[in-house]
Design a protein around this ligand. Structure first.
Ligand SMILES: [Zn+2]
Ligand SMILES: [Zn+2]
Length: 67
């Protein structure tokens, strides 16, 4: 998979991660790792085990949308 943000800019960069919200591929430069609280409602993680904030990969658009 290739980085969607780079592809939009006409570059071809191998994706290293995927935005967990929208699912677009992201390269090192565009993958934003955010430690966010457990979301309420149906996120498929065992909530009992998630005592800490979990690192998640987000794209810039989704990070802005969630901020
Ligand atoms: Zn990129
Ligand atoms: Zn996204």
């Amino acid at each position: 998979m290739q980085c969607y943000v780079c592809a939009k800019a006409g570059k071809q960069t191998e994706a290293v991660g995927i935005c967990i919200v929208c699912g677009m591929g992201l390269c090192m430069e565009h993958a934003l790792r955010e430690d966010v609280d457990i979301w309420e409602g149906g996120y498929p993680f065992p909530q009992k085990k998630a005592r800490k904030q979990l690192p998640r990969i987000l794209c810039e658009e989704c990070r802005d949308a969630l901020a």
